[in-house]
Write a protein that binds this ligand. Structure first.
Ligand code: SF4
Ligand code: SF4
Length: 291
């Protein structure tokens, strides 16, 4: 008996990025990256990762042709953008392939692929909010995917999977949600377009060192067991489920290994959190525990 399998084409575009988000995804434990690439994500539904610069076997013109062919499948494919989008000086600071012998800018690719996609997953804080490439003074005019869309009247839904890098579960979970239930409504997102499924709580609310904070017992250096607030922890302003989910297949996480949280999931990252290892100003703190 033949079984119908619905294919979900995915194009993964790398713009101004360090590839860290891709590397994080490759570390996914359940499902593994092999499962994602080969198996059905759920029975009858298969994610077809057509283009990914680090994972695919093809290269060069072959890949560019595939990109351009996929654009014709309007509203059927998912676009993943890793990295911010350089826009300064006619977007000269980043290109993906060529057309008629001329480079096609990352901006052009994000616009063309984005306006025809079913949905866009902005993976990592660079794609979601600008991140490191958009850090002051931002000479390349890097912007987030949402900002590029707003400025160009593109209405394709964008889901911001923040993090530097994002946890692989955050990406895999969102893809599974879209494939199973469709694109979630606005109630599923916070004010910054992040899925509440993963970004509802402050790190500080679930941190195992919170009792030390409440007792006023603070670490003097990394490696001390107490609360890391005085040496630069941004857990009180960062939203993500790292304390409960943890990283590397549940092994450890930033604060668990003695490093302060740098609020890598926040739109303010990295500029407003810098320098990283200095205490944040008290007026940045939310009134935790107060109504
Ligand atoms: S300041 Fe950082 S280390 Fe201290 S309780 Fe909050 S999140 Fe944990
Ligand atoms: S603990 Fe903080 S810095 Fe570490 S991954 Fe989570 S949000 Fe980012």
């Amino acid at each position: 008996m033949s079984k119908e399998v619905t294919e979900y084409p995915v194009i993964w575009l790398q713009a101004a990025a360090c590839t860290g988000c891709s590397i994080s995804l490759l570390n996914t434990a359940s499902p593994t990256i092999k499962n994602i690439l080969i198996d059905e994500l759920i029975p009858g539904k298969h994610v077809s990762l057509r283009v990914h610069p680090n994972v695919m076997g093809g290269a060069g013109e072959q890949v560019i042709e595939l990109l351009e062919k996929t654009v014709q499948e309007k509203g059927k494919y998912i676009l993943v953008v890793e990295g911010a989008v350089p826009t300064a000086e006619d977007a000269v600071y980043g290109a993906v392939g060529e057309k008629d012998g001329k480079p096609v800018s990352m901006l052009e690719r994000v616009k063309t692929l984005g306006e025809n996609a079913l949905a866009v997953l902005a993976v990592g804080t660079c794609a979601a909010f600008g991140g490191l490439p958009a850090g002051d003074p931002n000479p390349t005019g890097c912007k987030s995917v949402m900002d590029v869309f707003k400025q160009n009247g593109i209405n394709t839904p964008v889901i911001n999977i923040a993090g530097c890098p994002p946890h692989p579960d955050w990406f895999v979970g969102v893809v599974a949600q879209v494939v199973i239930y469709g694109i979630p409504g606005p109630e599923a997102f916070d004010d910054f377009g992040r899925p509440l499924l993963f970004f509802k709580d402050l790190i500080h609310e679930n941190c195992p060192r919170r009792a030390y904070f409440d007792e006023g017992k603070f670490a003097k250096k990394q490696g001390d067991p107490e609360c890391l607030y005085e040496i630069g922890c941004r857990g009180p302003i960062a939203y993500a489920d790292c304390p409960t989910r943890m990283w590397n297949n549940g092994k450890n996480w930033c604060i668990g290994s003695g490093a302060p949280c740098s609020a890598c999931t926040q739109p303010e990252f990295p500029d407003l959190g810098s320098p990283f290892f200095e205490k944040i100003k008290d007026d940045d703190l939310p009134n935790i525990g107060e109504e």
